[in-house]
Write a protein that binds this ligand. Structure first.
Ligand SMILES: Cc1ncc(COP(=O)(O)O)c(C=O)c1O
Length: 467
């Protein structure tokens, strides 16, 4: 066996700190410009649990968690061990003309967590791939072309998933999209009923809690939507890629409303933060319709799906979620955090709403009542809608070492997606940091508004093509 540092150790040591230059040159230069503009360019060198550590010795509490990937925190030892075991075992992977034990075991484990009717599993490599699979399965099983989705819905960015994306910024310029897609407002049963009335709709795809904006539906929405779907012969697909696997204080968010979907899509957290993986959990009848005989055994799939590392990551992740009681923890710590944030609403004019469930949380800001503050707000909104939020996220990051971001475009909503392991101490630190930063936004003029002016300048230059 070779001694001394291997290829990656050597590269990490020799080329440390070059990432920004390399990305500017070979990858998405605009992303680097964004990071520099908002002061988020930090040289992270290590990560553990909810924390990122940088080369200056700083520690950042991560409330973005890779858009919800790091539910267990980063580098969880049980996931690391599972992956090391796979690597050490020299297992055959991706034989293709074979079936593997680990995939069977992960499917068994996932099925045990879902409503009883969802007794089959299809594995993919990412969130958007699970959505593609669900849409194809729905079309095949129903023999219908139509797909209904919600405004502000987000299901991934491959062309099928993008066809059911409810945000213009992602869709504009990439069309034409799949025919037969119809958009309805979220939380609007009448609109859904109208969209399904032609009985030509294969699937209604919906996030039980929308990631963009963190919109929680009314109490009866999902249950009634499922009923309308059943009556119209449409399959109900719950996209739980972000809100599933314990994040909202239930294993699956649909459990909050006792809804039984026909399919659940999951991904992100199932990876344990290491190996991309996704799964569609679905009714046997749908699966059997698609894979109906031996000739059809390969009609949908993907070369890397079910690889051993991904399956091991999934098995270890579920083991940790269940073994460490993370669903209950997300509910308890998450709800107390939401209570703490809600208590700030009467204190701060700009803070209009706090919403979410468990560890999926949002703060919505809006126009203040007092005239002095209103003038400042209006100027900023004129430059770019949603800019106010950066006056909160930037000081949270710069002064309080908390990483978070906005919950979508053109809206003044900040989202927190903490690890499900977040400690009470970190929760309290977040609450006190948010209080200080939001209080500062109410001081006009003040340093936060100087920052606002700079950001507005950047936004106007970007819009006029000067930056
Ligand atoms: C609800 C939802 N669906 C689908 C996706 C797409 O997942 P991926 O980025 O892994 O393709 C995301 C990603 O943010 C998501 O939040």
């Amino acid at each position: 066996m070779a001694s001394g540092p291997g290829l990656i150790d050597e590269l990490l040591a020799k080329r440390a700190g070059e990432q920004f230059g390399l990305h500017e040159r070979y990858l998405n230069e605009q992303m680097v410009r964004v990071l520099r503009t908002i002061g988020f360019q930090r040289d992270y060198v290590e990560a553990r649990g909810p924390y990122l550590f940088d080369s200056d010795g700083g520690r950042t509490l991560d409330l973005l968690t890779g858009f919800g990937v790091f539910a267990l925190g980063r580098n969880h030892p049980k996931v690391v061990q599972a992956l090391q075991e796979v690597l050490a075992a020299d297992l055959p992977s991706l034989v293709q003309m074979d079936v593997t034990l680990l995939a069977g075991l992960l499917a068994e484990r996932l099925v045990a967590t879902t409503p009883p009717a969802l007794d089959r599993v299809f594995f993919a490599n990412s969130g958007t791939e699970t959505v593609e699979a669900a849409l194809k399965f729905a079309r095949y099983a129903t023999g219908r072309p139509g797909l209904v989705y919600c405004e502000h819905g987000y299901h991934g960015l491959t062309l099928g998933a993008l066809s059911v994306n409810g945000e213009g910024i992602f869709q504009d310029g990439f069309g034409p999209y799949l025919p037969g897609c119809r958009r309805v407002p979220f939380d609007d049963l009448e609109a859904l009923e109208r969209a399904l009335a032609g009985r030509d709709v294969a699937a209604f795809i919906v996030e039980p809690i929308q990631g963009h904006g963190v919109h929680v539906p009314s109490d009866d929405y999902l249950r009634e939507a499922a009923r309308l779907c059943r009556e119209a012969g449409t399959l109900f697909v719950a996209d739980e890629i972000q809100c599933g696997l314990g994040r909202t204080g239930r294993m699956w968010a649909v459990e909050h409303w006792e809804v039984e979907p026909d399919m659940i899509c999951t991904a992100k957290a199932l990876s344990g933060g290491f190996v991309p993986v996704g799964a569609v959990l679905l009714r046997g009848a749908i699966f059997d319709a698609v894979f109906s005989n031996m000739v059809r055994a390969p009609v949908h799939g993907s070369t890397f799906a079910k690889n051993n590392l991904a399956m091991a990551a999934g098995l270890a992740t579920i083991d940790v979620i269940v073994g460490e009681g993370l669903v209950e923890r997300a509910r308890r710590v998450g709800e107390s955090m939401l209570d703490g944030l809600r208590a700030m609403i009467p204190e701060f004019e700009f803070l209009h709403d706090v919403r979410g469930l468990g560890m999926m949380q949002a703060l919505e800001f809006g126009p203040p009542k007092s005239l002095k503050l209103r003038a400042a707000w209006t100027l900023l909104e004129k430059a770019t809608s949603g800019l106010f939020c950066q006056m909160v996220t930037i000081p949270l990051f710069r002064d309080h070492h908390i990483l978070c971001q906005t919950a979508g475009h053109d809206q003044n909503v900040i989202k927190f997606l903490p690890t499900l392991t977040l400690s009470e101490e970190d929760r309290d630190d977040v609450l006190s940091a948010v209080r200080q930063v939001v209080a500062d936004t109410h001081r006009v003029p003040g340093s936060v508004w100087d920052l606002g002016k700079t950001l507005a300048g950047h936004a106007l230059s970007a819009r006029s093509g000067r930056a």
